[in-house]
Write a protein that binds this ligand. Structure first.
Ligand SMILES: Nc1ncnc2c1ncn2[C@@H]1O[C@H](COP(=O)(O)OP(=O)(O)OP(=O)(O)O)[C@@H](O)[C@H]1O
Ligand SMILES: [Mg+2]
Length: 380
């Protein structure tokens, strides 16, 4: 952190620097515990300093092109389901997930060379250790900052990272950008629909296999919604997929016992654990509803026949995953989807209405076209 500090600020060894999101700085300065610490000389407010960072799509995670890390800042603002502060157990959880994924990395890389997981190897915060436990906790959470590794070490030469949400979840910009990618990929006189199908097949191939494999083979539950997936494109085509956001990563409890997670607090363990069923619903929602439905809707806009062909691509890859990596458990989940069992749609609005935490989210059935597709010889 000190290396990235504005010149002259890192000199005082009695203090360490904690960057904060500018909105959060305003929030923190209004906290009585922070005001007392400033008056007592334990915290110094340095105001706005240094280079300008860019907000990413989550608003609270910040980026600077010369910094090897993204800064995932605390933000005491509710955005969609959650108040976006970095609770202490989330800080711990990010490091634990980093350790687990580091141990799986050689195997994952061997099977899925296009996959890169954006590690979150460190955090920083302040613990004032005053007699007021509640205020101390609020301050630690309010300053909590997670470091997420940037693209420098993982981006292959010539590859451009693009947020899946920007491509598929944003119809004006996304449609135009998708058109450019297909233009760049289209060779000779091949029909546009074939190019779109080939593009989407590469995308599904890069994303779905590692996400399913991590879950079925290792009990690691990613949250591959559009905002957590970055696609690396070269010559228009998906070449890499970057999975990010360890706050969204959960672990199947049956696979990760307390003894395996003994480096973290019981509270952090509780937050990481999901049942296998909860985990599957989350993955199935993120992949098929949040991600592929939007992608297919964007790529096949106004062309139902093309949309069916793109769903047939998903069906093909589900079959292929099962035959290459599958086991009995994955067979049950995948066959149910192939037979047209409804996708689980996360009921965010109901969840908000009842003020439930994210992990208590219910799911509603969403129409799954996989069971009723006509035969497509190219992808069956
Ligand atoms: N299709 C989408 N699905 C889910 N979230 C989305 C989508 N599009 C935009 N978002 C926004 O992206 C954020 C997703 O929340 P999430 O918990 O993944 O991010 P975060 O943990 O705050 O930050 P980061 O992703 O940088 O780690 C929310 O702010 C949400 O409103
Ligand atoms: Mg996210």
């Amino acid at each position: 952190m000190a290396e990235q500090a504005p010149a002259g600020l890192a000199a005082d060894e009695d203090f360490f620097l904690i960057p904060t999101h500018p909105w959060q700085a305003r929030h923190l300065l209004a906290q009585p515990g922070v005001a007392t610490a400033i008056r007592g000389g334990r915290i110094r407010d340095l105001g706005q300093q240094g280079a300008h960072f860019y907000p990413t799509s989550s608003i609270r995670t910040l980026f600077h092109p010369d910094n090897p890390y993204f800064y995932k800042c605390s933000l005491n603002v509710r955005i969609t389901n959650c108040v976006r502060k970095n609770a202490i157990y989330e800080l711990e959880g990010a490091l634990q997930v980093t350790r687990i994924l580091r141990s799986l990395a050689p195997q994952l890389l061997q099977h899925f060379p296009g996959l890169a997981v954006m590690e979150e190897p460190a955090f920083i915060s302040a613990d004032l250790k005053t007699g007021d436990a509640q205020s101390n906790k609020a301050i630690t959470e309010g300053f909590g900052l997670i470091l997420r590794r940037g693209f420098a070490d993982v981006l292959r030469p010539g590859v451009t990272p693009l947020l899946a949400g920007a491509l598929f979840g944003n119809h004006v910009y996304g449609e135009a950008r998708m058109g450019e990618l297909l233009d760049a990929m289209q060779r000779g006189g091949s029909p546009r629909e074939e190019t779109a199908e080939a593009w989407f097949s590469r995308y599904v191939g890069e994303l779905m296999y590692p996400v399913l494999y991590c879950y079925f083979a290792h009990g690691v539950i990613f949250e591959p919604h559009l905002q957590n997936v970055v696609i690396g494109v070269a010559e228009g085509q998906p070449q890499q997929v970057f999975l990010r956001d360890f706050e969204g990563v959960k672990l199947v409890q049956e696979r990760f016992g307390a003894e395996q997670l003994d480096g973290i607090s019981p509270r952090a363990r509780e937050a990481l654990w999901y049942s296998a069923e909860q985990g599957w619903k989350r993955i199935a929602y993120c992949l098929f509803v949040n991600n592929f439905c939007e992608a297919i809707n964007q790529i096949g806009a106004g062309r139902p026949a093309l949309q069916n062909r793109l769903w047939a691509v998903v069906r093909h890859h589900l079959h292929a995953y099962q035959s290459q990596y599958g086991d009995d458990v994955s067979a049950r989940c995948i066959n149910a989807l192939l037979n047209g069992e409804a996708f689980p749609g996360k009921a965010n609005l109901i969840n908000r209405f009842f003020k439930r935490p994210d992990r208590a989210s219910g799911y509603l059935p969403v129409n799954n076209p996989l069971g009723t597709l006509g035969e497509n010889p190219a992808w069956s």
